[in-house]
Design a protein around this ligand. Structure first.
Ligand SMILES: C[S@@+](CC[C@H](N)C(=O)[O-])C[C@H]1O[C@@H](n2cnc3c(N)ncnc32)[C@H](O)[C@@H]1O
Length: 200
């Protein structure tokens, strides 16, 4: 039987019952910083949730596509983009079943609390999906958490470790940078790592 966490119904229920403890109510300061630092380009935000990060990059002039498989997330992202008066292309789809016409078309994939939301059995599959979305030399910009949780404690969110991230991405990517950001929101300080990986 399929793990319910792999289904949109599981996540729609989280939104509808307000079991959405991941939601910051706004963008992470780390992506606000990156939106001013990274060279402009085409971005895909996967598992975009309510779209705060997607809107942040769109406001800074990036060409943004936001993907989520729930109607709740897509509707909220649409409203947030309208409120901010920016254009965000919305795709309601499972990241493991994306249309081929968006393959190899992005300069960046932005990751925040999508990796830890997906069954850990699918982490190498996730690696392939993200790799396939990017142009040659495209970058995965990932803010990975929670570093302070063991995998066997269950999820979502499932724990991540820096060494596992190196194992998953080390084969098909070159590490550009890795930091423990000092501008995490207070409850996530020391619990998340920012890694930028460039597609080999
Ligand atoms: C923990 S939430 C994070 C949302 C957002 N990134 C944030 O930080 O607020 C995970 C999101 O990923 C979406 N999601 C989970 N698995 C997915 C999949 N296989 N394909 C598309 N979206 C997925 C969920 O619907 C949910 O909106």
């Amino acid at each position: 039987m399929e793990d319910p966490v792999n289904t949109p119904e599981f996540w729609e229920a989280c939104y509808e019952s307000e079991m959405d403890g991941w939601d910051l109510g706004g963008p992470t300061p780390i992506f606000q910083r990156l939106a001013t630092e990274l060279p402009k380009g085409r971005i895909c935000v996967i598992g975009c949730g309510r779209g705060y990060d997607a809107v942040t990059f769109a406001k800074q002039g990036f060409d943004v596509t936001a993907v989520d498989f729930t109607s709740n997330a897509i509707s909220a992202t649409r409203l947030n983009a309208e409120d901010a008066n920016v254009n965000v292309t919305l795709i309601k789809a499972d990241i493991f079943d994306l249309p081929e016409d968006i393959h190899y078309s992005f300069d960046y994939v932005m990751e925040y609390t999508c990796f830890c939301a997906i069954s850990p059995l699918r982490r190498f599959e996730y690696d392939r999906v993200v790799w396939q979305l990017l142009k040659p030399s495209g970058k995965l910009v990932g803010l990975f958490l929670p570093l302070d949780k063991e995998l066997d404690e269950g999820g979502p969110p499932w724990g991540v470790t820096k060494s596992e991230l190196h194992k998953v991405f080390g084969l098909h990517w070159n590490l550009v940078s890795e930091e423990m950001p000092r501008d995490s929101i207070s409850k996530r300080v020391d619990r998340e790592t920012l890694m930028i990986w460039e597609k080999k």
